[in-house]
Design a protein around this ligand. Structure first.
Ligand code: BDP
Length: 733
């Protein structure tokens, strides 16, 4: 029996062993599957997913207990964030303790809230309200990590930095970090309307549910505040610059107060866009003249009323005498008169005015790029001490590429604030993967030369060049009610990069991308390597397929979706594409040299000289500053026309490469986010091709030139591209 039964038994054993092995393998696959959670993007870069076993153990040993005060709302928010983060990352939260009792204590606080930190008072000097230090040291003979700051909000920022170290897989030993923001006001500008729509918003409706406020405080507001605090953003303008005076009425002020209360523990102040004509619209006055005593009194009382609702109200953002908005010029007064009136009302409460320099007049025959400078430079030194002038990064309007705005460096006696646009109005909306870090960095590192070499825009903005008392940076938000906040997973990186650069305008866009990718996906080089490469190449790609070689403002009329280089006519010349590209049978480009509109002379002489000569103008800005013949010889040896075509094709090819790179990440990135990014990249490729084809078809209709060999002709006639209409494109109301 044994002998006869032997083999089958053995076979049976082998069979079940194989089955068991297969089951084990399957179980392994299932257990090792990267995510059981829904990865819908809601968590942003604060995902706090478990670290691999070995690292989690190392981290746990460095955070065995938490010694953290919980007496104030900010202290409680800090403590809650640390517990939430550590629990997520390490699988278990550290024990809470009133004092250091074991090795691996994490001690957080200010000199007022922590005895340990009180001992660090001297080291905290110079860090201000918001700075912090993170240090490994010994406390009562125990090994500890201390997050210390002068004020609670600094500790909160330090806690987020500490969590970032864990999220990005950095070591926790021998820490000695010291950080303080280089810019004071780091502010989001929401272009949100009271009816719930968002001007230039591509992430759904407004996150502010005005109708249900103040009684319903959506928990999302707290997550919004957490996300902002995690990157150092300390202010938010709730409503559109094209503003509605109703936001200043008591009913809305109660709603504003409710939001301010949610944000306060996170160090975020609330600001409002003020409509200049509010005294007439909601105040019953016959005028809004800033020099009229009744108008001044009205604003003073209004501001006092706002501060009764919101004691730490930040101040006003104002778009005046721009694109039809009311302003002081309606009464023959200057921008300084208007700003100073509001500043006077805000000053006793510590509020500021952020007065926008985005002005240009439809009656003005002058090059639109020159108008803000012409308007504001003569006012330098005439603004009250609590006014900042907020200047867009470039002189036209948030294009894929613009030279830095000539106002930077030109108003040494007026704090100039940077305004970037995070929402991608002119860069493909939410579906195009375009990382804006390189665009922001390019502007901030540009050298104005106003005080010799090294007078970068960053040094203007952080106040170090001219000794500004106030400093600020604003970002037009890309946040909406979409589950993933920004309309696409990768657009979250632009919110992130804005915050990090506002904190440190000299930070590197690549480092920020790396940090974001580690937190948002995983600190795994197989993922972050390709992701960062995609991100870093993406901005140049969009420039190439939309507006290469310094071309600008060629997007569809009004909504700015898709190509529209043929746009002409209508209410005003400087809202058309032909105004900006000036293409003829002979040549293309806007002559802003000394022989043309002379916009170059608004820059400091070394920069002006560079931009005045096509031979020394960077090719990336060539057609911004020069009108050149189609056969102009480029550095590559190609003619301008050949180069233009090559750039369009290079842009499309880059998007194809991004798609291929992303496809290879399947399985390394959770399926949910992978699928959406893949689908969006397919849209981007289709639209990049559309941009290229439509643009080339149009230029050929003007210059009559054949395509250089090796470049495919547009598949459709120009008339087809011109016939496309998008009456309900998002963001345009
Ligand atoms: C442009 C937008 C417009 C804004 C304006 C502004 O197209 O919707 O109102 O800028 O910044 O980019 O005021």
């Amino acid at each position: 029996m044994t002998t006869t039964e032997g083999p089958p038994r053995a076979a049976g054993w082998r069979w079940s062993a194989a089955l068991a092995a297969a089951l084990l393998w399957l179980a392994g696959v299932v257990l090792a599957a990267p995510v059981a959670h829904a990865e819908d993007g809601y968590a942003l870069w604060l995902r706090y997913r478990p670290r691999p076993q070995a690292q989690a153990e190392e981290y746990r040993a460095a955070a065995t207990e938490l010694v953290a005060p919980a007496a104030t709302p900010t202290q409680r928010a800090t403590r809650a964030e640390l517990l939430r983060g550590l629990e997520g990352l390490l699988g278990a939260a550290p024990v809470s303790s009133a004092a250091v009792s074991r090795d691996g204590a994490l001690v957080v606080g200010t000199p007022a809230s922590s005895k340990v930190v009180a001992g660090l008072r001297r080291e905290l000097a110079g860090l201000g309200r918001e700075g912090y230090l993170i240090r490994s040291l010994r406390v009562d003979g125990r090994q500890a990590t201390v997050i210390a700051a002068n004020e609670d909000v600094g500790v909160l920022y330090g806690a987020f930095h500490y969590l970032r170290l864990l999220q990005t897989g950095r070591p926790l030993r021998g820490l000695d970090l010291r950080e303080a923001p280089r810019v004071q006001l780091r502010v989001l500008n929401h272009w949100d309307n009271l009816d719930g729509t968002v001007e230039r918003g591509y992430a759904g409706a407004s996150i502010w549910d005005w109708h249900k406020l103040p009684d319903w405080r959506d928990p999302r507001y707290t997550d919004y505040a957490r996300a902002n605090a995690s990157i150092g953003i300390n202010g938010t303008v709730l409503n559109n610059v094209n503003s509605n005076a109703l936001v200043l009425t008591p009913m809305y002020l109660e709603k504003v107060a409710a939001l301010a209360e949610v944000f306060r523990p996170y160090g975020i102040r609330v600001y409002l866009s003020a409509r200049f004509s509010a005294p007439r619209e909601i105040g019953g006055l016959p005028t809004a003249d800033p020099l009229d005593p009744a108008v001044r009194r009205w604003w003073k009382e209004k501001v006092d009323e706002i501060y009764r609702h919101v004691p730490d109200f930040g101040g006003f953002l104002v778009k005046a005498n721009s694109e039809g908005q009311p302003g002081p010029q309606d009464y023959g007064r200057s921008h300084a008169d208007g700003a100073n009136m509001l500043a006077e009302a805000l000053a006793p409460h510590g509020g500021v005015v952020m007065w926008r320099a985005f002005v240009y007049s439809d009656e003005e025959p002058e090059d639109r790029a020159k108008q803000a400078y012409n308007e504001f430079v003569p006012l330098d030194g005439r603004f009250a001490g609590n006014v900042l002038v907020q200047v867009k990064n470039g002189a036209i309007d948030f294009q894929p590429r613009e030279p830095f705005h000539p106002l930077f460096g030109a108003m040494p006696r007026t704090p100039l604030m940077m305004e970037f646009q995070i929402t991608k109005e002119y860069l493909g909306f939410a579906t195009h993967l375009v990382y804006l870090g390189p665009l922001f960095e390019e502007t901030l590192r540009a050298d104005t030369h106003v005080r010799g070499e090294g007078s970068t825009v960053a040094k203007v903005v952080d106040g170090s060049l001219h000794g500004y008392r106030l400093t600020g940076m604003a970002g037009v938000a890309n946040i909406g009610a979409d589950r993933n906040w920004s309309g696409s997973h990768f657009d979250q990186a632009n919110w992130y990069a804005f915050g990090r650069l506002a904190w440190d305008p000299e930070a590197s866009a690549r480092d920020i991308a790396e940090e974001w990718a580690r937190m948002t996906f995983a600190p795994d080089p197989r993922v972050t390597g390709p992701v960062v490469e995609m991100m870093m190449a993406s901005r140049e790609a969009v420039v190439d397929y939309m507006t290469p070689l310094g071309l600008h403002h060629l997007m569809g009329r009004g909504h700015h979706y898709g190509p529209g280089p043929w746009v002409e006519g209508g209410p005003r010349a400087d809202w058309t594409s032909v105004y900006f590209h000036r293409a003829t049978r002979q040549g293309i480009g806007f002559d802003r040299s000394t022989r043309g509109s002379d916009a170059v002379s608004q820059y400091a002489p070394p920069v002006a000289r560079l931009f005045d000569d096509p031979a020394t103008t960077p090719e990336t800005l060539l057609l911004w500053f020069h009108h050149l013949p189609w056969d102009y010889r480029m550095a590559s040896g190609r003619t301008l026309w050949e180069e233009l075509v090559a750039r369009y094709d290079r842009g499309v090819a880059q998007v194809r490469r991004m798609r291929a790179t992303w496809a290879r990440l399947e399985g390394l990135v959770d399926a949910e986010r992978h699928a959406q990014v893949a689908a969006f990249l397919a849209i981007q490729e289709k639209e990049a091709q559309w941009w290229r084809d439509a643009s080339i078809a149009y230029w050929q209709s003007i210059n009559g030139l054949p395509l250089p060999p090796g470049h495919a002709p547009p598949p459709r006639p120009l008339e087809y591209y011109k016939s496309l209409e998008f009456p309900h494109a998002p963001g345009h109301h």
